[in-house]
Every structure is written in C-alpha cells, then in structure tokens.
Design a protein around this ligand. Structure first.
Ligand code: PMP
Length: 446
C-alpha cells in the first residue's frame, strides 16, 4: 500500500513536500478520539482529522442516518426545483440557530467552495444593487480561506499562491490582530484600534465605493490559531457597516462547537452579512459546506435576478446523504451533549496547555474552547521564531506520533490542537502530558 500510494495517490500539500521520505501512514479504524493504524497502534487524535471530526469517531447513529438515506434516496439534484427532505430540514434547522437573520443556506461540498460561492453571491449582490464597481475584496494576513484559486487568493499563506497571479489584483490584505506579535501593542484596546485603522486605510486606498466585502475568521486557524481580543470582531463588523461594505465570517473551523457554541460569532455578539461553514457541519462523516446569506443579501440578489442571471451551482450541492449526516451530527452536538462536553473539556485543555507556558520552548499559549495552539520560540524574550520551522514541525509531528498523539505542527512553529468534542478528562490530560514529553525531546535534540 505504501508503494501504491507513492506511485498513484496525490496527497493534499504533502506529496509536493517530500512525504515520500516518510511514507504514508494509513489509518484503518477509529472510535471516539482514538484512531488505529495498519500496525494496530492506537493514537489520540488531537486534531480531529483536519479540524473536522468534531463529534468524534464511530457514532453508529450517524452511520445509520447515512445508510438509511443512501437506501431511500442517495441523490437528488437541487437544479430544476428538485430537492430532498434532509436538505430542506437541515437548512431550516441551521437557519434557526444561525446568528441574526442569516436565514438562507446554500450547501456546497466543503469550505473552499463555500468561500468561492460567497464571493460570487457578493458579486451578484452588488450587481443587483447597481454597484458593479464594488469588486474589491479585503482579508487578513495569516488568514486561510481555502485552496481553490479564489479562496487561495483570499488566503494570506504564500505557499498557496503559486501561479495564476495570486492573490488576484482585486484581493487585498490587512494585518491581522495577532496579539502575541502585534507591534501596535499587546493590550486589547490598541490591538483592536490598529485593526480598525488598517481596514479604514485600506478602504480609503482602494476607494470607498470600490470595496465589496471584508473576510475574517473569528479565530485564524491555519495561520496559527491566532485569537483576537474579545471585541475585535464586533469592532471590525461595525466598521464594515459604517463603511458600507459586507462583512463575511469564515467559520469553517470555528463553527459547530469548536470554540464552544455552534457559531463563534454568536459569542462575540456579531451578525455577519454572510457566513461560511464546513468541517464540523458533517463532522467528517460526509463532505459538506455551506454559505449563509442574511435576508438583505438574499433578497437583493433574488430581486435583481431577473435582470442579471445568477449562474452558480454544483452537481452535489445539498447532497441528501451529507444532509442526513448533518442532521444527526447536529442532534449529537445538542441533545447528545457534545457541545456541553466540549465546553468543559476546552477549559481543561486550555488550563493544561497553560501549565506548559514555563517550558523554555513555549512562547505563547492561546485558544478558545477546543481550539488551541502553542507558539514555539527559541528565545522567549525576543520571541525568536523556531529556525527551519517546517523541518522542526515535521520532527515534532513525528515525535508526537511516536508518543501516540496526533497534533499538527504548522505555520512558523505553532502546534495546533483541535480535539474531538467527545474527549474525556483523561484524554485531554494525556494530550497535555504527551505534548510535554514532545517538547522535552525537542529541547534535548537541540
Ligand atoms: N476556510 C477556512 C477558515 C478553513 O480553515 C478552511 C480549511 N482549513 C477552508 C476555508 C477550506 O475548506 P476545505 O478544505 O473544506 O475546502
């Protein structure tokens, strides 16, 4: 299998970065927060796959919901006014729980196409309003919004920018809040003020009547789990309102209990104009993402659709099996107590990781709920980043694997945590203890 993998299977990102040296690690089964590999080794999944298996592995009720749906109706297109019951029900359940009047749901296959779809909807919105010149988009440094070309251009991570002239000339960036490394100051007020000023300046530079929308993750995930101060998102949202530009919250990682509630926006008292989700929506059991449109965005597009055609859709939009999975996953989050457990375990995880803050390699400990990171440095005072961070990260991943833990070492020397919400106290404590061992080994290694 390792040879067949090397010969034939292209992995996301990894294939191009010499994973051949290590060879693929194949997983065979999983239960709760534990995955098993081909050598029958059990590993604690501290990253929920790729921040997605929020519900944890091995829920028979999800399997039953999916197989029932496959038997009854595996597919129904959303085209020509057709549809399926689970898709309608899931849209309604989600709209009821989404912040404010984000009542209209468009289903995609994952996060990148949810972001792409949101960009198109925004373009349709401004055309319908008679302001087609509003075609410039702003997002944040350290942000990640997918790896389709449009999403990759909104993404700030340069590894995603080869070719196509990315980011596109209409995709602009401003600094993110990044409390640990913000030269504007580490106190919350100056941090927030700096971000607001940066957004205003960028809008003025582009032209106040040219900007379509501003994109932000409530917590920046792939950029290093960067947690802005409380009040940051509200300040950015309010600034967008004042400047007359749309605010889009990308909750592909932060949604569905990852930071506590179903939507991180809600806890910050923010109602975006559009909101994107994926990952925890179906918890990895089936592919699905979604864009939520607020009433005014939806109605403006719908009212203007007669004059400008709205051509956008995927064969697998609102897939019935994914929708059936989404409904059962939602039930597990709420009635099954996963959100509640995630909140308790998230607090324990943060406390545990804080106890590592006096380790010589740990520069910063940050997170919210079951989403956290350590930022490793070689000089705490100067906050000097790990040299050769990519190579160091690979070794940290391997050491953690050898200790029976899957964590993600990424983005300039950060270690990311996103355990399943079903974790027990013992599992959270094991994640912290194994991390301590990995850090000690890393230090010993020089
Ligand atoms: N937006 C954010 C905030 C993400 O974290 C991701 C994936 N990590 C995406 C979009 C893209 O989602 P997908 O990988 O499902 O296409």
């Amino acid at each position: 299998l390792v040879e067949l993998d090397r010969a034939h299977l292209i992995h996301p990102v990894a294939s191009w970065r010499g994973h051949e040296q290590a060879g693929v690690r194949l997983l065979t089964s999983a239960k709760g927060a534990t995955v098993t590999d081909t050598a029958d080794r059990h590993l604690l999944d501290g990253f929920s796959g790729l921040w997605c298996v929020n519900a944890g592995y091995g829920h028979d009720s999800i399997v039953e919901a999916a197989s029932r749906q496959m038997r009854e109706l595996p597919y129904a297109t959303g085209y020509f006014g057709l549809g399926s019951e689970p898709a309608v029900r899931l849209a309604a359940e989600l709209a009821e729980r989404a912040p404010g009047d984000l009542n209209h749901v468009y289903f995609t296959l994952g996060g990148s196409d949810a972001v792409d779809s949101s960009v198109r909807f925004i373009s349709y919105y401004h055309h319908a309003k008679g302001e087609p010149q509003r075609d410039q988009f702003i997002s944040l440094e350290h942000g990640y919004h997918g790896s389709s070309t449009v999403g990759a251009g909104l993404t700030a991570l340069s590894a995603f920018h080869q070719g196509f002239g990315l980011p596109y000339p209409w995709q602009h960036k401003i600094p993110s809040s990044y409390p640990y490394r913000n030269s504007a100051g580490t106190d919350d007020a100056s941090n927030i003020a700096a971000s607001v000023a940066a957004l205003r300046a960028k809008v003025a530079e582009i032209g106040a009547d040219r900007v379509a929308a501003f994109y932000a993750e409530p917590i920046q995930g792939s950029g290093g789990v960067i947690v802005p101060p409380r009040g940051w998102m509200k300040a950015m949202r309010d600034t967008c309102l004042e400047l007359g530009i749309l605010f889009v919250a990308d909750e592909v990682i932060t949604g569905f209990g990852r930071t506590g509630p179903l939507f991180a926006c809600a806890e910050d008292d923010v109602v975006p104009d559009l909101l994107t989700v994926a990952k925890g929506l179906t918890s990895g059991y089936a592919p699905m993402g979604a864009v939520f449109l607020s009433e005014h965005v939806y109605n403006t597009i719908a009212d203007g659709a007669g004059s400008s055609a709205v051509g956008h859709g995927f064969t697998y939009s609102a897939h019935p099996v994914s929708a059936a999975v989404g409904l059962e996953v939602l039930r597990l989050y709420e009635e099954g107590g996963l959100l509640a457990n995630g909140r308790v375990m998230g607090a324990r995880l943060m406390e545990g990781l804080q106890s590592l803050s006096d380790h010589p390699l740990v520069g910063d400990v940050r997170g919210r709920g079951m989403l956290a990171a350590l930022e490793l440095v070689i000089d705490k005072e100067r906050k000097t980043p790990l040299p050769a961070a990519a190579e160091a990260g690979r070794r940290i991943f391997e050491r953690a694997w050898d200790c029976g833990l899957i964590i993600r070492a990424f983005a300039h020397g950060c270690i990311g945590y996103a355990p399943p919400l079903c974790c027990t106290e013992a599992e959270i404590d094991a994640i912290v203890e194994k991390t301590r061992r990995v850090l000690d080994l890393t230090l010993e290694d020089g």
